[in-house]
Design a protein around this ligand. Structure first.
Ligand SMILES: C[S@@+](CC[C@H](N)C(=O)[O-])C[C@H]1O[C@@H](n2cnc3c(N)ncnc32)[C@H](O)[C@@H]1O
Length: 235
């Protein structure tokens, strides 16, 4: 996706998106489950890629406690401002601007000015919710995140895609309308007039790659089968 288009889009919709991200029925439960699937201990370091307005960050902070470190990465400034406001009370939650496909986090550890408690600089877990569908190569990004946490670390994905439940047709009709409305227009026109198919393919590729690279911790659906949650311990 053109990253400028995505940044403009999410920048413009930051306030509305924040409401949807935190208040949609079923989503707070999903966020709690996703944070649990990261299998964090107190004192751990967790990175959220594409953290948006920060809706997952309090759940992650709850898991790592005051002695752990939570880092949210996103490339859209206005959503990061909201994420910073949301987490202002925690001094161990950091929100940084960066590209999730080239995260400013590495084995040498350095995000500007952050002294992560884990001095190896390797996150214990990476979480990405509703993000991989926006990436040009979702499976490649999942590979990079798996490499970043290394064996024994955890990677967790949650994404919306067409439901496969028996009652899917009406649910998918609503889902498709939401995808069309929420896809930045340039992306929509550039590729095809059926953005949900493209989205489904990306989500499938990312979740399949995570399953291939890991031992399953969680593989479940939420919100009428539209939201898939996959979590794994990297082998
Ligand atoms: C649909 S929102 C999801 C936000 C959050 N993860 C949540 O669950 O509410 C997608 C977010 O991913 C961010 N994003 C997309 N591609 C990105 C990239 N390559 N690097 C960093 N952030 C990215 C966007 O700026 C946007 O805030």
């Amino acid at each position: 996706m053109g990253s400028e288009t995505a940044q403009e889009f999410y920048g413009r919709w930051a306030r509305f998106y924040d409401l949807v991200a935190r208040r949609t029925p079923g989503i707070p439960r999903l966020r709690r489950r996703a944070a649990a699937a990261c299998r964090l201990d107190r004192g751990d370091t967790v990175v959220e890629m594409g953290c948006g307005t920060g809706a997952n960050l309090p759940y992650l902070r709850e898991r790592v406690g005051p002695e752990g470190t939570v880092i949210g990465v996103d490339f859209t400034r206005p959503v990061l401002d909201r994420a910073r406001d949301l987490t202002a009370a925690y001094d161990n939650v950091h929100v940084v601007r960066g590209d999730a496909t080239q995260p400013p986090i590495g084995r040498a550890n350095e995000i500007d000015g952050i002294d992560a408690d884990d001095d190896r600089g390797i996150p214990d877990a990476i979480l990405a919710t509703f993000v991989v569908g926006m990436l040009a190569d979702p499976a490649g990004a999942v590979d990079d995140w798996c490499d970043l946490v290394g064996p024994g670390g955890h990677v967790v994905l949650a994404n919306a895609a067409s439901s496969r439940k028996w009652y899917a047709p009406p649910v998918n009709a609503v889902f498709r309308a939401i995808v069309v409305l929420s896809t930045p227009p340039t992306t929509k026109f550039r590729y095809e007039d059926d953005p949900h198919r493209r989205l489904d393919a990306k989500i499938d590729a990312a979740h399949t790659r995570l399953r291939d690279r890991s031992t399953a911790i969680a593989d479940e659906t939420h919100v009428f089968g539209v939201v898939r949650l996959t979590g794994g311990r990297i082998e």
